[in-house]
Design a protein around this ligand. Sequence first.
Ligand SMILES: Nc1ncnc2c1ncn2[C@@H]1O[C@H](COP(=O)(O)OP(=O)(O)OP(=O)(O)O)[C@@H](O)[C@H]1O
Ligand SMILES: [Mg+2]
Length: 313
Amino acid sequence: MARSIQNQFYLRLSDLASMMKVSGDELKGELINLNIKVMLSYGKALIAPSDVRAYLKSKGYTYKKQIISFQMLKGGVAKTTSCLNIGLRAAMYGHRVLFMDLDQQANLSLALGVDDLKIPVFLDVLEKKKTLSDVIIKLSSHVSLVPSNLNNSVIERVLLNSYRNISNAVKKQIETVLNDYDLVVIDTAPSLSMLNTSVTCASDKIILPVNPDKFTVYGMQKHLLDLDQVKKDFDLDFQEKILFTKFDGRESASQSFLDQCFDICGDKMLDQYIRTSSDVKNSISPQKTIFDSVGNGKEDYDMVSREILGLFA
Ligand SMILES: Nc1ncnc2c1ncn2[C@@H]1O[C@H](COP(=O)(O)OP(=O)(O)OP(=O)(O)O)[C@@H](O)[C@H]1O
Ligand SMILES: [Mg+2]
């Protein structure tokens, strides 16, 4: 089993107080009235996801179902990093999150502590050897994972040979488990593969991370064109959002690429961008999350998660 310390996915009371713009003491009073317990761990006050959920519901927040994929045909732009951190933050805010790792590199699975060539993966589901529910690993009360490993590398061939309607290959499977989750976050490989087209057909929202470099801007334009085509071909209604990552305020190139992205597709840009930071760089590790510490990575991914989830942003 991966992370054994369940409270790694607990929200700090100070973070909830700051989101709700109240003092820690005021929040504690509200929580007592709702019969919600605050836990102490190593001197930090923490709240369990189900209790955060009860609190946020009492404040009028609704947990609507969403399927969000992270895509970009260029590699290394922070798809996995963003999928991981946004998914974990959503769980801390009380969403029931299903991570789907659909990249054979399996970096998301590794980051969540799952590294096993023998476990069933999405390939087994497509080949009808397992149901999606069979392959899901429950990592904590609000975090589950459809793991990946190298066996998924033949998915393209399976789709080509056995699926006449690739628009349903991922969507139909997700529908079988959707009752149990609020948020499905899907990490993908850097390509415009058939599998990724299937993922697009299942997505309500597609987050496209981009970095400050020339090739990323080309990649972004190409990927957006491809998504437009898929939208027309399959008569879809997803939203695409660009997430600028690895922004470095010390480099003028970062600002000029950010401006360029706003010029090319201003309405599709997320307001929040992610700064380059060592805490984010080290976050693909099963030992800790960026939300355990204080830093730019925590601040940026908290804000972008709230923007995407419509959570008091
Ligand atoms: N904000 C950041 N600051 C510093 N390093 C970062 C940041 N975001 C991501 N990285 C680092 O960039 C590298 C690529 O990130 P990641 O693996 O998330 O990209 P990816 O798009 O999923 O790559 P691939 O296309 O191979 O799947 C990793 O080493 C990651 O730690
Ligand atoms: Mg990746």
